[in-house]
Ligand binder design. Structure first.
Ligand code: MN
Length: 267
């Protein structure tokens, strides 16, 4: 089984190589990752600019590794389309030092990379660990990723979901269990701080402290309570959004929209 490993923290990040090393026990690992830190870039792709790729010396022996002068999304697309010859069975993105919960998944490069795999029809998961000042349990997170990879290999993921995995700031021995969760309806990176460099004022977007969630179905609650959170993510490919829009229009808010457009066009 071929596993593509990527991240948004760059090809030299510790979390990437701890993950690659552990996944090597499960399958044949190929690392394709951005050449620099790209946290917060989401699923962005590079257009109108050539993408340079370099085969690099791996930090874990015998792993084929490429550094991409682009985003996490670019890395995944290049890997799937060009760099890796055989079919990839799984895309794993991480391990991100810091959680990706709630609205933050929409801007997370870690999740964005997994999303690019998912959008191309590949099983994919993103994995992040809660950030603790003293220690990050990256080895433990890598073990979780490896176990999930094994399970996905023998019992395929439904095609319409991918997984966002977050670990609490605890060693495996102290983790209370696994919860299948939904995204909390809040984000954690919307605090704006002001500064001054002596010449000009500037602003910084700063992550907020994550508050204790009360809703036991959410990702935040799970990690705060010492559980591993696994959130299935998907893009609605059914007509749910269309149905909602339909009732919105038939509620009278938009029934005469086209008539009004025609009138405007006729003016
Ligand atoms: Mn990151």
């Amino acid at each position: 089984m071929k596993i593509l490993v990527t991240n948004d923290d760059g090809i030299l990040a510790e979390g990437l190589w701890i993950l690659a090393k552990e996944l090597k026990n499960v399958g044949h690992v190929v690392v394709v990752a951005p050449d620099r830190e790209q946290s917060g870039i989401g699923a962005a792709i590079t257009l109108k600019k050539p993408l340079r790729v370099q085969k690099v010396r791996p930090l874990v022996p015998e792993i084929e590794a490429y550094s991409v002068e682009g985003t996490p999304g670019d890395s995944v697309i290049l890997a799937l389309e060009k760099l890796v010859k055989d079919e990839i069975a799984l895309v794993v993105s991480g391990i991100n030092p810091g959680p990706n919960l709630g609205h933050d998944v929409l801007v997370s490069g870690t999740v964005g990379a997994a999303l690019q795999g998912y959008l191309r029809g590949f099983p994919a998961l993103a994995i992040s660990v809660f950030l603790r000042e003293t220690r990050l349990y990256l080895d433990d997170a890598a073990k979780v990723a490896a176990l999930l990879a094994e399970r996905i290999a023998s019992n395929a993921l439904p095609a319409n979901i991918f997984l966002n995995v977050n670990l609490p700031d605890l060693p495996l021995a102290k983790i209370r269990g696994v919860k299948i969760t939904r995204l909390v309806n809040e984000g954690h990176i919307d605090t704006v701080e002001e500064g001054h460099d002596g010449k000009r004022e500037y602003y910084c977007l700063v992550p907020q402290k994550i508050n204790k969630g009360k809703d036991r179905t959410t990702d935040v609650w799970a990690v705060q309570q010492g559980y591993i959170s696994i959130t299935p993510l998907h893009i609605y490919q059914d007509s749910r959004a269309a149905l909602i829009a339909d009732s919105f229009f038939t509620a009278g808010l938009g029934t005469d929209l086209f008539q009004e457009l025609k009138k405007k066009g006729g003016q």
